[in-house]
Write a protein that binds this ligand. Structure first.
Ligand SMILES: [Zn+2]
Ligand SMILES: [Zn+2]
Length: 645
């Protein structure tokens, strides 16, 4: 029987034998041995047995260790090694499932108590022993009955449940040493090929994610083909941990989310509030300059409004439940759009007025399951930097270009210059005519092309009411975050029956654009904290300068310096405590304050200052006014923009 392997050639294989038998021959042709193969999106490993009845044009695609997909083989194997180690140390433990993941692998295991740090260390040690033994893996296909007998004997109840649900009459099992697991594969040849492995953490996980089921312990780990890759991954994990906005939010006293107040509800502490208000003020200023009009709208509205807007039809499960007052029913707002329609409708509108742009930092409330809430990134109450633009069809493209301009400007101002852009087109269910959809999609495309922006098309992923552009920003660690969105809407103007009077004195329906540049202030600030690891650019830093005295003799001089800086509008704090200078520097460093001004007898007698930057650079004998002119430049929102270009 013939087996074709892409780029490697044709091979003869005896029916019923495994691909392993081809290894000596392949080794002669290829310097590197594939970890396994792929056929029609299915992974096939060396343990696979081929029967006579394979088709002639079957061609396997080899996967080499450097291919990303090779990790699936590796991590599948790693999870079996983990399971074997646990069973050797804790024979009463029962195995659930153990798949590979994007980041590594895990295994869900039932045990009478949670596994602790100590256990994890022991298990990892055992894992390494099993790897060292270099046990070869074997794959067998057996009947369901046989499999049931086997796992019943092993008292693996969860596996029995899984076998019952398998559709085929045969199942595959993999074994290594005296360990056996129910598994589809794919796997490496032997445990010794798992070159670099690390167990990371344990978390509770209900069997099949259902809280009515028993709680299992999910042991997470990761594995790579080389120690270098593993180290790079662990370093990155460490970096991500250091930048975690929840941790930094606490340390820098920016925000808090309190169980007693409610999950997903954010309290902005004074330092976070300053940061937020600087961004808000800047946002408002720029919007006013660019022809937007600022509005404010309430947080709740009568339920009927949400009926007209369609939210109760399409969005009800994301809304907080109704509340009744004086026999009328209200609901918290999940979006600001309907309110802006009422602003529009205050007057009869003429074609000459367009475009009309209303913007609002509008706080909305959406129900998110408590399981998915995450710091500032997934919350239940948040403030969108929202705007709605009403325009004529012939203005759509130009308006979209302006919005894109504004998005890019904002993101760059905050230091983000790389994005991934997605254009989502007409879904199966939609409102409006296909012609107008085509027009809007083309307008979005043209706007992106006009700005020279690369984008991907997400076919059919538009919202039912219109196509949209989503922008994901790239942070310093190369992670992408969804923030900005621009949506064209043909639906809401229809639902609220809003019109304008055209040149010919007839009524026309305006087009509406919804857009948020930052997304929400909560989410954007979360991303900002992680991107800068809390060391914010000067113009938004909650405390910009800290003045430190070396001795009590310098307090008067210090007070004077603080006074001058405050008068110039800088956010300054003084640390005149009778503490060692090094300690004061350490504290300011921890608070990630951009500049420290250090004042001792020498500075005082020469009437100068010494400056220490957040990065540890020291500038001595600086005149205060020279320092002020330098930081005045840095205090401008566009400072970063100039740095980037
Ligand atoms: Zn497996
Ligand atoms: Zn909207």
């Amino acid at each position: 029987m013939k087996i074709k392997i892409k780029d490697l050639g044709e091979f003869q294989l005896k029916p019923g034998s495994t691909l392993k038998d081809l290894i000596p021959e392949i080794k002669k042709i290829s310097k590197e041995l594939p970890v396994g193969f792929k056929y029609n999106d299915t992974y096939i490993d060396w343990h696979y047995t081929f029967n006579e009845n394979i088709s002639d044009n079957l061609e396997l695609e080899p996967i080499f260790p450097s291919d990303k997909e090779a990790l699936v083989f590796l991590r599948h194997t790693a999870s079996h090694v983990l399971a074997q180690a646990v069973k050797e140390l804790f024979p009463e433990a029962k195995l659930g499932i153990g798949p590979p993941t994007e980041e590594g692998f895990y295994y869900d295991i039932y045990y009478e108590r949670p596994f602790n740090e100590e256990d994890l260390k022991k298990i990892e040690k055992k894992v390494k022993e099993i790897i060292k033994k270099n046990l070869s893996l074997e794959r067998r296909e057996i009947s369901k009955e046989e499999a049931k007998a086997l796992f019943k004997n092993l008292e693996e109840d969860f596996k029995l449940e899984l076998i019952d649900e398998m559709p085929d009459s045969k199942v595959s099992i993999y074994s290594q040493g005296n360990f056996v697991d129910l598994c589809k594969g794919p796997h490496l040849l032997s445990t010794g090929e798992v070159k670099a492995i690390k167990l990371l953490s344990v978390a509770g996980a209900y069997w099949r994610g259902d809280e009515k089921n028993p709680m299992l312990w999910r042991i997470y780990g990761t594995a790579f083909f080389s120690k270098e890759e593993l180290k790079a991954y662990l370093d990155r994990l460490e970096e991500i941990k250091k930048r975690d906005h929840r941790k930094l939010g606490k340390e820098l006293e920016l925000f808090t989310i309190e169980e007693d107040i409610g999950p997903g509800l954010v309290i902005w502490l004074p330092k976070g509030a300053i940061l937020r208000s600087i961004i808000e003020n800047f946002w408002k200023e720029v919007h006013l300059q660019r022809g937007y009009q600022l509005v404010y709208t309430p947080h709740i509205a009568l339920r009927d409004l949400w009926k007209v807007s369609g939210h109760l039809d399409f969005y009800a499960e994301n809304m907080f439940p109704p509340m009744e007052l004086e026999n009328r029913v209200y609901q918290l707002k999940p979006m600001n759009c309907p309110f802006h329609i009422y602003v529009y409708n205050q007057k009869r509108r003429s074609y000459r007025e367009f475009p009309i742009r209303y913007c609002e930092l509008g706080t909305v409330y959406r129900f998110e399951r408590s399981g998915v809430l995450h710091g500032l990134l997934r919350v239940r109450g948040f403030t969108q930097d929202d705007a709605h633009i009403f325009c004529r069809e012939d203005q759509l493209e130009e308006e979209l270009i302006k919005v894109l301009d504004l998005v890019i400007y904002f993101l760059k101002v905050f230091g983000f210059s790389e994005y991934k852009i997605f254009l989502s087109t007409r879904p199966e269910k939609f409102v409006g005519s296909p012609e107008i959809w085509d027009k809007a999609e083309n307008a979005l495309k043209k706007a992106l092309e006009d700005k020279g922006l690369e984008y991907e098309i997400d076919p059919g992923e538009g919202v039912f009411y219109g196509p949209k552009i989503d922008l994901k920003i790239k942070d310093v660690l190369g992670r992408f975050w969804q923030c900005s969105t621009i949506q064209v809407d043909f639906n809401i103007p229809e639902r609220f029956d809003i019109v304008y009077i055209g040149e010919d004195n007839r009524f026309y329906r305006p087009i509406m654009i919804h857009r948020a540049l930052l997304g929400s202030l909560e989410r954007f600030l979360g991303v900002l904290i992680e991107n800068y690891a809390g060391a914010f650019p000067f113009w938004i830093a909650p405390v910009q300068i800290k003045v430190l005295t070396i001795t009590d003799r310098n307090i008067n001089y210090g007070e004077n310096v603080v006074k001058i800086l405050k008068k110039e509008g800088f956010r300054v704090e003084a640390d005149f405590r009778n503490e060692k200078l090094n300690y004061k520097i350490r504290m300011a460093q921890k608070e990630k304050v951009p500049y420290m001004i250090i004042l001792g007898d020498k500075e005082e007698s020469d009437q100068v200052i010494s400056v220490r930057t957040r990065k540890g650079e020291i500038i001595n004998n600086l005149k205060l006014e020279d320092f002020i002119s330098k930081i005045k430049i840095e205090n401008q929102p566009e400072y970063l923009l100039n740095e980037l270009s």
